[in-house]
Design a protein around this ligand. Structure first.
Ligand code: MG
Length: 309
């Protein structure tokens, strides 16, 4: 049996919207984030501070941050690629930063145009700078469960990177299943390798993708291993960048439903979260793939059909 309470880390405003074709108006993003916070999401990754023009969907980072509701106990996170990003994040008023790199060389090169060695040197500087400014820092490692170019990735590759990022000062490591290749046995093995090397469970979080329908099985396994932080994207917002049309991020409602049904405290109100997911579908003007989200929409449609007849 895993822990009695877990922490949900909501990624939809950044990881979700970044992978959507359309650019959502800043006010709609702020309204979505307000709904997520109202539902009880205390950690929300709201945007990214990459070079403007790089990701047009997130070019309004500073304006968005200025519009966010300030709530006690709510942490807003921004993704940063370098020290310039950290400076922009601090200027915007955020106090939590997320860094990223890959566990596989080819994915890191194609995605970041750097070798793993170069990324580690760069992130050492980024994290040092973030900690000097008292920011909370989480560090994503992508392709931990498989690389679209190289296939299997050795757990030791992840361990070496995790150790370096933690030594640089990162508060937590996020194990990312970038293309949805992970399976429960692999989750057990990777957590075992990392904790076996002395990394505490509280330093680990998981970011699963449901591309092949394994996100919940992997999340349940991670929970059984003692992991307490789970990344989710409301309604499964954000496709898989490597497989157009396929689902990407684990849907937050699916995670909250699963753990809630087992009596695990998530701190999130599922009904309110479903309403936030409904709002996300509305602003994007398309069907979103989350399973609980779709069940909720079906129930909504039946209820309104009954009202009409
Ligand atoms: Mg993702």
């Amino acid at each position: 049996m895993g822990p009695g309470s877990i922490r949900i880390y909501e990624v939809s405003p950044r990881d979700g919207l970044q992978n959507e074709a359309c650019v959502v108006p800043t006010a709609s993003k702020a309204a979505l984030i307000a709904r997520l916070v109202d539902a009880g999401c205390n950690d929300v990754e709201v945007t990214s501070f990459v070079r403007s023009g790089w990701i047009p969907q997130l070019a309004d980072a500073a304006q968005l941050v200025a519009m966010l509701p300030r709530r006690e106990g709510v942490r807003y996170w921004g993704l940063v690629p370098n020290t310039v990003g950290i400076e922009r994040l601090i200027q915007s008023g955020l106090s939590h930063a997320a860094t990223f790199m890959s566990a596989s060389e080819t994915h890191n090169l194609k995605n970041l145009n750097r070798t793993i060695r170069e990324s580690l040197a760069g992130l050492d500087e980024v994290i040092t700078c973030a900690k000097a400014a008292n920011l909370g820092v989480r560090s994503y490692i992508s392709t931990v469960f498989g690389c679209p170019y190289e296939g299997p990735v050795a757990p030791d590759a992840t361990l070496r990177i995790a150790e370096r990022l933690l030594a640089a000062g990162a508060d937590e490591i996020v194990l990312g299943d970038t293309v949805g290749l992970g399976d429960p046995r692999q989750v057990e093995r990777i957590v075992e390798v990392l904790t076996g090397a002395g990394i505490g469970l509280s330093k680990l979080s998981v970011h699963f993708h449901d591309t092949r329908g394994t996100a919940l099985a992997n999340a349940l396994t991670a929970w059984n291993c003692g992991i307490t932080t789970f990344d989710g994207s409301v309604a499964g917002l954000g496709g898989c960048p490597y497989a157009p049309g396929a689902s990407g991020n684990a849907a937050t409602e699916d995670l909250v439903h699963l753990f809630g049904a087992m009596g695990v405290d998530t701190g999130v109100n599922l009904e309110k979260l479903c309403e936030a997911g409904g709002y996300a579908a509305e602003i994007l003007g398309r069907e979103l793939p989350g399973r609980v989200h779709l069940a909720w929409r079906g129930a909504q449609a039946r209820a309104s059909a009954r009202k009409v007849s």
